[in-house]
Design a binder for this molecule. Structure first.
Ligand code: FE2
Ligand code: FE2
Length: 258
């Protein structure tokens, strides 16, 4: 069937055609008075499905509700969550042990190093600088607390074997802290070598962390009561709070040579 000509359509729907003509001529009039407002607020004939959001917008709109549903669904079913909530309410959360803090520090450091690796070579220079600072300070506080609290304890509890382990760990700290000095200089000068320096830090840190977690710490904690582990943790946290913020490779070298 041949399409209707505009003239024919006009004849068949004279009111609609006239209204459209009127709106074209007088857009201001369309917004004036109640009839005009009604037309403006009901654009179904002028726009394609304006109420239907694009997929991305729908997902965004659904996000918070889905999140809320997930939280609501999880809470009542977990006995552990209930116990934790009760303990928190009674101020009875279990105290952290040295293992908790060591593992958390190691994981945080690796996460920061991976964030840096992800954006290295990209355009976000400011975020790269922030990450270098965060990595340097996170490693610094952790290394100082180990040097002040953990490694001397290792030598004290495990004798000659502990002292050897302490010296080995300190030599690895010295290498990492030297690389961090270099990284901070490269960050200031905008050197292209920064990413490869941080790659070395990541490799050295992961190697060192694994040795601590798989060999050193289990030996150190063998036979240590949970109470003692909490006390060591408190000393460790105090040492972190007082640690110098700039890398200290010389101090680590001294400990390695002792
Ligand atoms: Fe260490
Ligand atoms: Fe460590």
């Amino acid at each position: 069937m041949a399409p209707k000509s505009p003239e024919k359509a006009k004849k068949e729907s004279p009111n609609k055609a006239a209204a459209a003509e009127e709106e074209k001529k007088s857009p201001v009039k369309a917004g004036a008075g109640s009839a005009g407002k009604t037309r403006a607020a009901s654009p179904t004939k002028l726009e394609k499905s304006p109420a239907k959001k694009p997929k991305g917008e729908e997902a965004l709109a659904e996000g918070p509700a889905a999140h809320t549903r997930a939280k609501e669904g999880d809470a009542p079913t977990s006995a552990a969550a209930k116990a934790a909530a009760n303990a928190a309410a009674a101020n009875l959360l279990p105290e952290l042990t040295i293992t908790d803090v060591l593992l958390a520090d190691h994981r945080d450091t690796v996460a920061l190093l991976k964030h840096f690796e992800e954006i290295a070579g990209g355009q976000d220079k400011l975020m790269m600088e922030k990450l270098v600072d965060a990595i340097a300070i996170t490693i610094r506080l952790h290394s100082q607390a180990e040097a002040d609290v953990l490694y001397p304890l290792l030598a004290k509890r495990l004798g000659a074997q502990g002292k050897e382990a302490m010296k080995h760990a300190a030599s690895e700290h010295a290498k990492i802290e030297r690389d961090l000095v270099t990284a901070l200089e490269q960050r200031k000068s905008g050197s292209e070598e920064l990413a490869s320096t941080l790659k070395e830090v990541m490799e050295a840190f992961i190697h060192h962390m694994k040795e601590e977690e798989e060999e050193m710490v289990p030996k150190l904690l063998a036979g240590m009561s949970e109470e003692e582990q909490v006390e060591v943790c408190q000393s460790f946290l105090s040492a972190k709070a007082k640690a110098p913020l700039e890398p200290q490779p010389e101090a680590a070298e001294e400990m390695a040579a002792a």
